[in-house]
Design a binder for this molecule. Sequence first.
Ligand SMILES: C[S@@+](CC[C@H](N)C(=O)[O-])C[C@H]1O[C@@H](n2cnc3c(N)ncnc32)[C@H](O)[C@@H]1O
Length: 309
Amino acid sequence: MAAHTPVLLEEVLAGLAIQADGRYCDGTFGRGGHTAAILAALGPLGRVVAIDKDPDAIAAGRARFADEPRLTLVRGSFAQLKQLLRAAGLEGQLHGVLLDLGVSSPQFDEARRGFSFMQDGPLDMRMDNESGQSAAQWLARASEREIADVLFKLGEEKFSRRIARSIVAAGTASPVASTRQLAEIVADAVPTREPGKHPATRTFQAIRMHVNGELDAVAAALPQAVELLAPGGRLCVISFHSLEDRLVKRYLRREVQGDPIYAELPVVPPHARPRLRLVGGATLPDAEEVERNVRARSAVLRIAERLAA
Ligand SMILES: C[S@@+](CC[C@H](N)C(=O)[O-])C[C@H]1O[C@@H](n2cnc3c(N)ncnc32)[C@H](O)[C@@H]1O
């Protein structure tokens, strides 16, 4: 079975400040690396609800944790965190929520999922490959302008217009349907090379983030996670992309400061008070972890604690 090495594992366990009989939510189950470590730290009364939108992740999790009564596996998007936890009977008073964003190794490594330019496969890129539009369907429908905007904003791709023009031109003959085809179109359109980086890296990342609505899902999940936490409960978020980390950092800062309208007023109503305190700053993997697991290299962990309302 394809594996995924959990990133910043010790740091996440410390960040969640696991209590033996606590209730935790792993919003990005993947292959269960973090979930397994949380379960190992829990006693018999502890519980974990683990969520993933990828049917392969849930199927692998059901097989691996078939004999684990403390775990509830839920297929769905963390953008609906509150609803999913309500359905799992764990709506209130969580002791910790983890979001380990981005793509799992099996998603990248399995050609049929269409995430990778390293091997040929259908141009899919959906984390939930049973709903929504695939990357190929989106590219076939999107205008040149729309494609260029996505590449520029989500991929920070400076050749976004050229690449978009080439994709649309190639698609007029027959739709761009495979990862290799897209990788070749991009490689031909990009005039320069960055050392150690495939020229299609930014394009694939941007299209993946767009097709999966990744930033919107994170923005939707963060306030729900805070509402679900009991006072003292911890939120841990691992980002792999600068835009994602910026979104997380700004959100946490707002919750730490409270509503600025009431700043310096003697009485601040409960809804405007700070709901979080930061636990340390950004945590990055050390050199040894990056050496061991190259996919950890862009990871940034941020930790916050829920304050009493
Ligand atoms: C980096 S992997 C998590 C790996 C996991 N922590 C482990 O140790 O195995 C991210 C996972 O989040 C899932 N995911 C991404 N966006 C999601 C969303 N909006 N809702 C639920 N799951 C999502 C992906 O399908 C993927 O399996």
